[in-house]
Design a binder for this molecule. Structure first.
Ligand code: G6P
Length: 608
């Protein structure tokens, strides 16, 4: 949720921290702060609101001289977004400052203990206990204090700590929250994700749970929880600087929508070799697949809806039952999962707390786990038995677009791969579907090209109080994600309904001019949805149909149409969602919404 950064070197730290925070702002953006060490004194600046306010307050960092520092951008959990609750938090003696991403679950007991010992608290945050614990345990050795402090914490945390007595050092600690060290020359960095590091270095060390590190300008020493130094591999960051920047687009979201043909190509093309699918990272044996009696897909948010879209292809092609479960539910459901279950975990960030917990629960019960993840080296990628990266590149807009379509595309590919391995598909059909799969990037490009009318349609629909998204089968899966896109960025109430369910309740809400977005891209069931369109039209609805270009059948029914190229429904969701992303984007733009950073949301939900 929150973003943290740190620097130790010979350059001025504050501008580097502010630049890093700007890149991390999508993780949380209600308040922000930095602490910089100068002449053995800590200068702390904090603001409510965006990083831009912090830049203003510090004159782009010029008011905070010093070459060592830490920074934070917050998504409030404990305590309102105020200057006082913003990080960094300071110890009572002014020697220590801490930034924290995560949640300290036992903070109430620790707070009481510390108050009894005479420490006073300025903020309402859970984080503040950390800095007082460090002060309490510090006897001239920060490493020892960090070990003792960490041993007292329950919960999730990525921490950055600085101390006036050890002025060149930054300590970082990781437990169930992402933390990456950027390796430089004569200077080093840390951050919650690589987007904050790529402008400075391509060499990174990914900390694992329980590990901590002492970073100076010249050295990085990583320790296990007992404090013994360990050797860590330096990984190469492959994301480039441009892909984490807007590149001339008004919003990251639009840029990421437009990037989808390239992203989907990167996800599927390298895995098609000699006319066949080669999943080198997830070589599942036929024998193992024969032992699987069900596939469970788990995820949160749009990733969950990507699972809903993938389920149709998977069941149809592999003839294995597929259940799609919300991770936040699955983790507490005492799930019926054993060694005959293949668990597929979907996550763009690879850090979603509920998804990680659900995965661990299912692993414990014997399931093999396959992760479909975008962020390299993330917790989910590292914990799963197999990982298929989606290779979408950095996704910065909070509302996912290319993250979703690449997840769906990888699921399609996996479905086809399993169907072949298990001999559930004949050669001709396999080749036909593989061809369709390889044309997904082209179909998405065509969809982008054929929908230039969407900004005008947004002008017509943007004043709606609510919208209904209806569809059947694969169209219904897309309706789920389409409605979510609309509500998260435009704040218009949007509900998705299986079209066949309308008569069981929702139709009572249809009255004059109620917008209904009807998804009709699945020919096998299109006539049925068309009947539902007639029903809502009879009650005054304004129908915007998503259908094939030149679908003449739809012309007399719908008030407006948006298009995808004609294609087999089995792999259509990755294409069909695209005009709905654009519609949500332009409606939100009409309504003057903060598209890349919708209110109350964060990109990476690392708390429960
Ligand atoms: C947040 C994001 C969504 C995302 C969901 C799951 O809610 O705003 O876009 O779908 O988390 O995130 P993940 O990183 O696990 O895919």
């Amino acid at each position: 949720m929150c973003g943290i950064v740190g620097y130790t070197g010979t350059q001025e730290a504050a501008p580097i921290l502010l630049e890093g925070l700007k890149k991390l702002e999508y993780r949380g953006y209600d308040s922000a702060g930095i602490a910089v060490l100068n002449d053995n004194l800590l200068a702390v600046s904090k603001v409510t609101g965006r990083i831009a306010n912090l830049c203003e307050k510090t004159a782009d960092g010029k008011n905070c001289p010093g070459t060592v520092g830490i920074g934070h951008t917050r998504w409030a959990t404990h305590g309102a977004p105020t200057d006082t609750n913003a990080h960094p938090h300071m110890s009572n003696d002014g020697k220590f400052a801490v930034v924290h991403n995560g949640i300290i679950e036992n903070y109430i007991a620790l707070r009481e203990e510390l108050i009894q010992k005479g420490y006073h608290f300025d903020s309402e945050t859970d984080t503040e206990v950390i800095v007082h614990l460090i002060e309490m345990y510090y006897t001239g050795d920060l490493k020892k204090a960090v070990i003792r402090m960490s041993a007292r914490l329950c919960g999730s945390y990525a921490l950055g700590v600085v101390c006036t007595d050890e002025p060149e050092k930054v300590y970082v600690v990781r437990e169930a929250s992402p933390l990456i060290i950027g390796v430089g020359v004569g200077e080093n960095y840390f951050a919650s994700d690589v987007t904050a590091l790529v402008s400075y270095t391509r060499n990174a060390i990914y900390l694992d749970d329980g590990e901590f590190a002492e970073i100076t300008p010249e050295t990085i020493v990583v320790f296990n929880p007992a404090g013994h130094p360990i050797i860590k591999k330096i990984s190469r960051i492959t994301w480039d600087v441009q892909s984490a920047e807007k590149g001339g687009y008004e919003h990251f979201m639009l840029k990421e929508i437009v990037e989808q043909p390239r992203a989907i190509k990167a996800a599927i093309a390298p895995r098609i070799k000699n006319g066949d699918i080669a999943l080198d990272e997830a070589e599942l044996t036929t024998e193992y697949l024969e032992s699987v009696n069900k596939i469970v897909i788990t995820a949160c948010g749009s990733a969950y809806y990507a699972g809903c879209a993938g389920k149709y292809a998977m069941e149809k092609l592999c003839r294995i039952p597929v259940q799609v479960e919300l991770a936040s539910e699955l983790r507490y459901n005492d799930p019926l999962i054993d060694e005959h279950t293949l668990l597929i975990v979907l996550s763009q960030s690879g850090e979603t707390a509920d998804t990680i917990a659900a995965m661990k629960e299912c692993k414990k019960r014997g399931a093999k786990t396959l992760a479909v993840v975008n962020v390299v080296g993330s917790t989910i990628a590292n914990t799963a038995d197999y990982t298929l990266y989606t290779w979408a590149g950095p996704e910065i807009a909070v509302a996912t677009t290319k993250g979703y379509t690449t997840q769906v595309s990888v699921l399609y590919m996996f479905a086809l791969y399993v169907a072949k391995k298990m001999n559930r598909i004949d050669k001709e059909h396999y080749e036909k579907l593989l061809k369709i799969l390889s044309t997904l990037p082209k179909k998405v490009q065509e969809t982008l090209d054929m929908n230039s009318a969407i900004p005008a349609l947004a002008k017509k629909y943007h004043n709606a109080d609510s919208m209904f998204f209806i569809g059947r089968n694969t169209d219904y899966a897309v309706a789920l994600e389409g409605a979510l896109k609309m509500k998260e960025i435009s704040y218009i109430h949007a509900e998705s309904y299986a079209a066949g369910e309308l008569k069981h309740g929702t139709i009572a809400l249809i009255e004059d001019h109620q917008p209904v977005i009807a998804l009709c891209c699945n020919e096998s069931i299109m006539e049925k949805t068309m009947s539902n369109i007639v029903e809502v039209k009879a009650r005054g609805a304004e129908v915007l149909a998503v259908t094939f270009k030149d679908n003449q059948k739809m012309v007399p029914l719908a008030d407006d149409m948006i298009f995808i190229p004609k294609m087999d429904a089995i792999f259509a969701a990755a294409v069909e969602i695209v005009p709905l992303q654009l519609l949500a984007y332009y409606v939100a733009k009409e309504n003057g919404c903060d598209i890349d950073k919708p209110k109350n949301l964060a990109k990476s939900v690392t708390v429960e």
